[in-house]
Design a protein around this ligand. Structure first.
Ligand code: LLP
Length: 418
């Protein structure tokens, strides 16, 4: 459920007419709903009640500090994959003891930063990383809490580019290696071995692969306990899908929680999750204005002011985002190709889609754009990063300003080769 709906033909976000935001801040612009972010967090968290679980929002899905602060106030933690994301989470008010640091390519500087920041847990993805972390921790006279990220060799996820759980991807260590690594970490006085972590992919629409992966995790944890090692925590990653259009919905958080509870029935361990898309996707839209229509003998093309640099998901994953007019007062439907202004064919949001009839100047919203939208934007074609707006009730605030050309140029210089 989200808080974007039509009232008398005008699309609203909570109590704010989206056209008012477009007129005030211009287009393109991302708009997020506080109530939807909060609701999704609550629904996920309460699905596990009365069990206390850590819900660490995957910052990669939406890193705006106002979004993170909204979730932090509810008690959310943060799943991070770079020093920048850790710093954003801290700045937004996520306490270090709720921050998880994941990722295959943490640099030594980033590991040292995370150790000094005393984050809740570092998810280690290889023997080489474990050794580097042990050295760094020794030099800082620390003993960071770690989990070993297991690659359970289970495939899942909506698109090949976002599936992480098969054995041949770059993520985590095999089950056999995990046992050896965990024993090695448990014997190291500069590492506090706490548990195991797993994440098998994103936009997962079926509980079966998740359940298979979680059973592998339980089996590994049981073996480690049988060997006398302590396993206090299990980080089960993110990945649960969301509906992008009027399609059969993916499993609900309640179904997911029921499955998790059954897999870990009778096994005493602190559970953590790293949902990103589930919390943020349906909490955000990208507003755009029609620049012009190109009439062709065989089709009509709508050229928008938003482009693949603002929302890249259709270009790289063939992702489907619903496109809704901000003012929907007629029943007429027309088949359009919808494109942006960038000079490549990949800058096509959709082909031959039935939409409300559009004319130059009309406003539209790309739905379900709150996750992996603004964070994946670039300045390709010297286009500025677009503003982000947060709505709460009948108020809205610009939480990231539109870049200017000066913002882009101030980091560049022409060398004086003299
Ligand atoms: N934890 C880890 C270790 C991850 O790698 C990810 C996502 C998550 C949690 C959050 O997954 P979620 O709950 O959002 O599915 N850019 C792609 C998605 C890439 C996901 C990468 N990892 C897209 O736009 O679909």
């Amino acid at each position: 459920m989200n808080h974007f709906d039509y009232r008398d033909g005008a699309l609203f976000c909570e109590g704010v007419r989206l056209a008012d935001i477009a007129e005030t801040v211009g287009t393109p612009a991302y708009v997020y709903s506080s109530a939807t972010l909060e609701r999704h967090y609550d629904v996920f968290k309460s699905a596990f009640a009365p069990r206390e679980v850590l819900v660490a929002f995957a910052v990669k899905a939406n890193a705006n500090i106002a979004v993170l602060a909204t979730l932090a106030r509810k008690g959310a933690g943060a799943d991070t994959v770079s020093q920048g994301e850790i710093e954003r989470a801290l700045k937004a008010g996520v306490p270090a003891e709720r921050i998880v640091f994941s990722g295959v390519g943490k640099t030594e500087e980033e590991l040292a930063f995370a150790v000094k920041a005393r984050v809740h847990q570092i998810n280690v993805e290889s023997i080489a990383e474990l050794e580097a972390l042990s050295r760094i921790a020794a030099s800082l006279n620390a003993a960071p809490a770690i989990a070993i990220r297991v690659n359970p060799d289970v495939g899942a996820g909506g698109h090949e580019k976002i599936s992480t759980g098969k054995g041949d991807t770059k993520f985590g260590v095999s089950s056999a290696q995990a046992l050896a690594l965990y024993a090695r970490a448990s014997a190291d006085k500069h590492l506090a071995a706490k548990g195991l972590a797993v994440h098998i992919g994103s936009q997962i629409r079926d509980l079966k692969p998740l359940e298979d992966a979680f059973r592998v995790m339980r089996g590994l944890a049981e073996k480690l306990r049988a060997d006398g090692l302590s396993i206090e925590r299990m980080d089960l990653g993110g990945g649960l899908g969301v509906p992008y259009f009027n399609e059969p919905p993916p499993p609900s958080p309640d179904d997911y929680a029921t499955m998790v509870k059954s897999v870990f029935d009778g096994f005493d361990v602190a559970l953590a999750f790293e949902p990103g898309r589930l919390i943020a996707a349906n909490a955000g839209v990208l507003l755009s204005r029609v620049i012009r229509l190109q009439e062709r003998p065989d089709k009509e093309i709508v050229v928008l002011d938003a482009a693949m640099n603002d929302l890249i998901r259709p270009a790289i994953y063939e992702a489907y985002h619903e496109i809704k007019p901000l003012s929907d007062t007629s029943n007429a439907r027309v088949a359009y190709d919808v494109v942006g202004p960038i000079c490549e064919t990949g800058d096509t949001f959709t082909r031959n889609r039935q939409l409300a009839s559009l004319k130059p100047g009309d406003l539209v919203a790309f739905m379900t754009a709150g996750a992996y939208g603004a964070v994946m934007a670039s300045t390709y074609n010297a286009r500025p990063l677009v503003p982000e707006v947060l709505v709460r009730g009948d108020r809205f605030e610009v939480v990231r300003q539109r870049w200017t050309l000066e913002d882009q140029l101030k980091l560049e210089r022409i060398p004086d080769w003299g």
